[in-house]
Write a protein that binds this ligand. Structure first.
Ligand code: PHE
Length: 456
């Protein structure tokens, strides 16, 4: 008999799930990663492909992840094993869970370093360092930070400690209240930034850059721009590694999965687009480069805060709320491995969170050193931080996504998914979802992979 609750706790309501899953989805991926990846890939065409990936691949896979999680009610490893065995399939499906844990640890290790930059910028903004600076001035502040391993280590450590604290308490209890208040606040602030960019920046150029697809720019900027767009969709929606699966496992059996996922994916996409609209007008008005890379928002936003009225206040609030958004995402990156350690090793939550947290902290040190002391060490022309970023978003998450799609579409009984998704025989969305999950999502991911390695 399947259990209807999880041993790790349950969301208090459907809304609590939406807040938690949106908290996982909205984070550095939207505000830091989306603008810089779009900028590296030439803008509009990338954005268009990204939106298509969210709709045709991301949403159906998110539905599948929530569904599998709720069906299994355990850590992704045990959920996949149990569901596979129940279907008479090979228990090796649990590998999906293992891959997800690896991806989660790797993502969190660099994610925490970038969240550390964000925390550092709260203080830079507050002390008035941005007042009146231009592009080069902003570069100087940023390079001073990334060149200093001790500072980076301090912020990385503080951030990881904050993450471990909540995960150790249990996410269902710790997360909800915070997400209810602070996430809407971040949203409002982002809208203010867009309004400012519309007035003071080159809004026409920013808008054109984001929404006029130029496919020549796409291929000129990044060899694997298609892969970048798809990887960004997985990363931003928290898909392919079990974060959404485990959050689904704390969702009550009555809640409608499709509606919830539509809301979560909609908000996530809106936040990314708003971030783009806040950044690129400032980029173009101040002679900065869209293709600046991971430093993009840390170079751009200080210039805006330095010029706008009450810029110091807005700057502090913005970076604080961004750090908070990163925190709610980071918690979901750690939760699957912690749940596994509790289930299978009999660890307490505290011990499991500490152990996983220390592993991530160590990996994070390698990431932050790659910005300075170890900058000479590269693989595929990337330092460790960039490599972890690329490898997880563009390889591990989409691979996990294929496995989830194939399992949900081909292995799991149709009866089961019909019941989970509340689809009676006439429901229009079910055949659509099933077509996307069986054919479109896996084939698109494979085609994009083949394209990236130059085979098609
Ligand atoms: N979606 C998060 C963000 O956009 C990052 C994340 C990726 C979280 C994968 C969980 C799993 O910042």
């Amino acid at each position: 008999m399947m259990s209807t609750t999880s041993m790790h706790g349950m969301w208090s309501s459907r809304l609590a799930f939406i807040f938690a899953a949106t908290g996982s989805a909205v984070g550095l991926g939207n505000i830091w990663r989306f603008p810089y990846t779009a900028g590296e890939s030439g803008g509009g065409a990338f954005v268009l492909i990204y939106l298509l990936c969210v709709a045709a691949i991301g949403v159906p896979i998110m539905i599948a992840e929530v569904m599998l999680g709720r069906r299994g009610r355990q850590s992704p490893i045990n959920t996949m094993r149990a569901l596979a065995v129940r279907q008479g399939a090979h228990p090796a499906w649990q590998l999906l869970g293992w891959m997800g844990i690896l991806a989660g640890l790797l993502i969190l290790s660099f994610y925490s370093v970038i969240a550390g930059w964000t925390l550092a910028y709260v203080f830079r903004a507050g002390s008035g360092q941005f007042a009146g600076i231009d592009g080069p001035g902003s570069e100087a502040i940023f390079s001073a930070l990334t060149a200093d391993p001790e500072r980076l280590l301090a912020w990385h450590s503080i951030f990881m400690a904050l993450v471990v604290m909540i995960v150790a308490r249990g996410v269902a209890s710790g997360l909800e209240l915070a997400a209810r208040v602070l996430m809407p606040a971040l949203f409002v602030l982002l809208v203010i930034m867009v309004i400012y960019a519309a007035q003071a920046g080159d809004f026409g150029a920013g808008l054109g850059y984001l929404f006029t697809p130029d496919f020549d720019a796409l291929s000129a900027h990044a060899g694997d721009a298609l892969l970048n767009a798809m990887g960004q969709a997985f990363f931003s929606l928290s898909l392919g590694m079990g974060a959404i699966m485990i959050y689904g496992s704390y969702l009550s059996s009555q809640a409608s999965i499709g509606t919830n996922v539509a809301i979560i994916a909609g908000i996530d996409t809106l936040v990314a687009l708003l971030a783009g609209l806040a950044i690129f007008p400032i980029v173009f008005a101040n002679g900065l480069e869209p293709s600046e890379g991971p430093s993009l928002i840390f170079l751009t936003l200080p210039v805006a805060f330095g010029q706008m009225p009450f810029g110091a206040l807005f700057g502090v609030l913005f970076f604080l709320l961004l750090a908070f958004a990163a925190w709610t995402s980071a918690i979901s990156l750690l939760e699957p491995v912690v749940a596994y350690l509790v289930e299978n090793k009999g660890f307490s939550r505290v011990r499991a969170s500490l152990l996983a947290g220390v592993a991530v902290w160590l990996l994070g040190i390698a990431c932050l050193l790659s910005l300075n002391e170890w900058s000479g060490f590269t693989l595929f022309e990337m330092g460790i931080l960039d490599l972890f970023d690329y490898l997880t978003a563009n390889v591990l998450l989409p691979l996990g996504g294929i496995l989830i799609a194939v399992f949900a579409g081909w292995i799991l009984d149709e009866e089961v998914s019909r019941t989970e998704l509340g689809a009676s025989n006439g429901a229009w969305f079910y055949p659509l979802w099933r077509g996307l999950i069986r054919w479109v999502a896996p084939l698109c991911v494979i085609l994009v992979f083949l394209n990236a390695i130059g085979l098609i």
